[in-house]
Design a protein around this ligand. Structure first.
Ligand SMILES: [Zn+2]
Length: 169
């Protein structure tokens, strides 16, 4: 099943999601549906609140279906350590057409549960580190436009209102 992507300023995107506690077939199906919805929307990362489900669950595939090993499912993820800082452009399926540079840790170690509920750790740098931080932010109710300067955020808000008025949002 393909879910529509929820856009800013829907309040579900701006509140913390609840931990996943049940690791069953419904969860596996939801993860499959999230990958399907993400690919259809041409995204490389999708968090459950973006499809209206306030659970701490996210899927990522930086290769966009090219390499199966790049399909990553993170359940109840958290950042364990952060190192360095980089400033690169980001986008978000919930903020179409908005791209801004966001400061993120250059390297992170995260821990998360898999579909069976087993905890694992993973180190990441570059784009994957950025994707982990962006998606975990979603689970905490934080969108990337709240990590940029007030001036740039005002500019983004104006663009969003313009798109809304034109019926393109
Ligand atoms: Zn996003």
């Amino acid at each position: 099943m393909v879910y529509p992507i929820i856009k800013f300023p829907d309040p579900i995107l701006q509140r913390p999601s609840d931990p996943v506690t049940v690791f069953d077939e419904d969860l596996s199906r939801l993860v499959d549906d999230m990958f399907e919805s993400m690919y259809l929307a041409h995204g490389i990362g999708l968090a459950a609140p973006q499809i209206g489900i306030p659970k701490r669950l996210t899927v990522i595939d930086l290769s966009f279906q090219k390499t199966p090993e790049d399909k990553i499912t993170l359940i109840n993820p958290e950042v364990v350590t952060r190192e360095g800082k980089i400033f690169e452009e980001e986008g978000c399926l919930s903020l179409p057409d908005i791209r801004e540079k966001v400061a993120r840790a250059a390297k992170v170690k995260i821990r998360a549960q898999d579909l069976r509920g087993n905890w694992f750790e993973r180190d990441a740098d570059d784009l994957l580190a950025r994707a982990f931080q962006h998606e975990i932010d979603h689970l905490d109710g934080i969108l990337f436009i709240f990590r940029i300067s007030a001036l740039k955020r005002d500019f983004a808000m104006r663009k969003i209102r313009k798109l809304q008025r034109a019926g393109d949002w």
